[in-house]
Write a protein that binds this ligand. Structure first.
Ligand SMILES: NC(=O)c1ccc[n+]([C@@H]2O[C@H](COP(=O)([O-])OP(=O)(O)OC[C@H]3O[C@@H](n4cnc5c(N)ncnc54)[C@H](OP(=O)(O)O)[C@@H]3O)[C@@H](O)[C@H]2O)c1
Length: 246
């Protein structure tokens, strides 16, 4: 698809992968970044051209209603929604006494919040001649990792949602649905699980997204995710063991 002169909304655009995507897209598009931490958003706006920030917690219904009103009133040419905001807990089931609370919180941010935002922005996206939704899932959508167990579940659910959304919208709308599936990336999110030592740079993930948007590659297996994806379909048991070795 064409990614010039568009209006693009990126949740979690103030840091990590979202910031790197904003950096690449803001050269030729208007980019709206969304997050809770205003200082972080302001810093991103100061460092990038054509970027504006809107503070919102994507899990908060009032924040989302205000955000959608702002888009409808002042950015009604929105044509790309990037559901990037997310987080997860690192823990293992055998040593946790609050798995339910952690899972609920992860699913609220990583699954329910983007579903609500997508639903509320579908009317404006449908009005554009060409539009897109990008959902950021993960390599662990294919196979869970035992150190981020319920985060993995939330990404599997989001990946499943994304597949059906793509299939449905392709029938009678101009909205293309992309699924960005990174492996381990060096961001704040992965500081505790070896992202700094073993993660790929967030800028490379953003570059992969831009290339895939231009070429209409809908399921984007970034870096190691491609080999893992192929291995998963050869043997899901072997893929699970590879994901959880050591
Ligand atoms: N890093 C990896 O290895 C990796 C791999 C695969 C997939 N991913 C996915 O990539 C996406 C980006 O993660 P990242 O690695 O770039 O982590 P990050 O640097 O921690 O960025 C996460 C962003 O999400 C925002 N956010 C979190 N909860 C929010 C909420 N309730 N409302 C609004 N914004 C919220 C944060 O902003 P505020 O704190 O300001 O709200 C932050 O800017 C996530 O969906 C993550 O699951 C990451």
């Amino acid at each position: 698809m064409n990614i010039k002169n568009k209006t693009i909304l990126i949740t979690g655009g103030g840091s990590g992968i979202g910031f790197e995507i904003a950096k690449l897209l803001s050269a030729e598009n208007k980019v709206i970044i969304v997050g809770r931490n205003k200082l972080r958003l302001d810093k991103a706006v100061a460092n990038l051209p054509n970027v504006i920030a809107i503070s919102a917690d994507i899990t908060n219904e009032k924040d989302i209603n205000d955000l959608v009103d702002e888009i409808n009133n002042n950015h009604s040419d929105l044509s790309i929604l990037i559901n990037n905001a997310g987080f997860g807990y690192s823990y293992i089931f055998s040593e946790s006494s609050d798995t339910y609370t952690k899972a609920l919180s992860e699913f609220t941010t990583n699954y329910f919040a983007p579903i609500r935002l997508t639903e509320k922005l579908l009317p404006v996206l449908k009005k554009q001649s060409e539009a897109a939704i990008v959902n950021v899932t993960s390599i662990v959508a294919f196979t869970p990792n035992e150190t981020i167990p319920t985060y993995s579940d939330s990404k599997a659910a989001f990946h499943s949602y994304t597949q059906v959304l793509r299939h449905t919208l392709s029938k009678n709308t101009n909205i293309k649905v992309f699924d960005l599936m990174p492996p381990l990336v060096d961001t704040e999110l992965t500081a505790e699980i070896g992202g700094k030592e073993h993660g790929m740079p967030a800028g490379d993930v953003a570059k992969s997204l831009i290339d895939s948007l231009k070429e209409d590659v809908y399921e984007i297996h970034v870096g190691q995710t491609e080999g893992f994806y192929n291995g998963f379909f050869a043997s899901s048991k072997a893929a699970f063991e590879t994901m959880n070795q050591g």
